[in-house]
Design a protein around this ligand. Structure first.
Ligand code: IPM
Ligand code: MG
Length: 365
């Protein structure tokens, strides 16, 4: 049997550090559970720009199209702020999402018991929290044309276009309903149908998909601003939230922080199924490259390790191993291990990135 292939793109900032810890976990599964991957590694983001003058080399794009899954660390850094728009590190990530047609970005926000006290919200509001945001990720204002900065009379205008086709809304709605069936059977769709035509169409199509094929799933609609408020007021009312690219970007950061730290949250971005029955897929932590702490051993590797757990579950049919890994992380947190993002100023000595990775591998044993 050929080994499943995984392309690792550590990227910039803390990306390489957290990926080193993921590699320890991958090795452990290879040595102890016979899970072998055909691994390759390449550049994306600022480091790719430094090496090749582009945030994603065509060869890497082609490779990403061939492999069974991509695992990405993070991209970006202040040294790239003044680059032209098409050269910015973020464009590498967005190109991967767009060209692989990864339209459903799954962002779970799950509160680990050991961290419930650490959330900025009251413990009872977040304890046991388990929601899933399904963010559309190949369209909307991120990619709509026309876009640009143009001269108009004696001043410039910055222009972006929010654009959704019926089929784009249809397919991401289906992903959300399918997921809800495997969870608590509830979907809340968020848009701004009160001010945006794209929101009116969004609401209409989500409802239509529901009424045609998913009447067993409970569907509600909410304006995205009210949704942000409700996420902070009583997040446990939600199961699956489906929303567009930009609202999903913002709402998923909000939801992530409810759980205590951005350093904990993984994501899976899935596209159409390939011939081998696997979905096109890229896995990445929700957090960014955190250049302020890069290289200092302060990064929390858990979001990236949990992203690998999602890869085990969604790409490689290794649900049992994914559960094992998640339980190992729970037990490490329960034992009190904390990276700096999970600590207050007087909470003692933090674990370094690599100590956290080692603790997770030890817990797997
Ligand atoms: C995310 C990030 C990206 C986005 C950036 C880095 C392009 O914020 O994955 O949430 O806006 O989608
Ligand atoms: Mg974001």
């Amino acid at each position: 049997m050929t080994k499943p292939s995984l392309l690792i793109l550590p990227g910039d900032g803390i990306g390489p550090e957290v990926m080193t810890e993921v590699r320890k976990v991958i090795s452990w599964f290879g040595q102890n559970r016979g899970l072998e991957f055909d691994l390759s590694e390449d550049l994306v983001g600022g480091c790719a720009y430094d090496a090749h003058g582009t945030p994603l080399h065509d060869d890497v794009m082609a490779k990403a199209q061939e492999v069974d899954a991509v695992l990405l660390g993070a991209v970006g850094g202040p040294e790239y702020d003044n680059l032209g728009f098409d050269l910015k590190p973020e464009r590498g990530l967005l190109r991967l999402r767009k060209e692989m047609d990864l339209f459903a970005n799954l962002r779970p926000a799950q509160c680990f018991d050991a961290l419930a006290d650490f959330s900025s919200l009251k413990t009872e509001i977040v304890a046991g929290l388990d929601i899933m945001i399904v963010r559309e990720s190949t369209s909307g204002v991120y990619f709509g044309e026309p876009r640009g900065i143009f001269q108009e009379g004696n001043e410039r205008i910055g222009l972006n276009t929010q654009r959704y086709t019926e089929s784009e809304i249809d397919r991401v709605a289906r992903s959300a309903f399918e997921l809800a069936r495997r969870r608590n059977n509830k979907v809340c769709s968020m848009e701004k149908a009160n001010v945006m035509e794209s929101g009116v169409l969004w609401r209409e199509i989500v409802q239509k998909v529901h009424d045609a094929d998913y009447t067993d799933v409970e569907l509600t609609h909410m304006y995205a601003d009210a949704g942000a408020m409700q996420l902070c007021r009583w997040p446990k009312q939600f199961d699956v939230i489906v929303t567009d690219n930009l609202f999903g970007d913002i709402l998923s950061d909000t939801a992530a922080m409810l759980t205590g730290s951005l350093g904990m949250l993984p994501s899976a971005t899935l596209g159409p199924f390939m011939e081998n029955g696997r979905p096109k897929a890229m896995y990445e932590p929700v957090h960014g490259s955190a250049p302020d702490i890069a290289g200092k051993g302060k990064a929390n590797p858990i979001a990236c390790i949990l992203s690998f757990a999602m890869a085990l579950r969604y790409s490689f049919d290794n649900g049992a191993e994914a559960n094992m890994l998640e339980q190992a992380i729970e037990s490490v947190l329960a034992s009190g291990a904390r990276t700096p993002d999970l600590m207050g100023p007087d909470d003692g000595k933090p674990f370094t990135t690599s100590q956290m990775g080692d603790a997770i591998v030890a817990a797997l044993r």
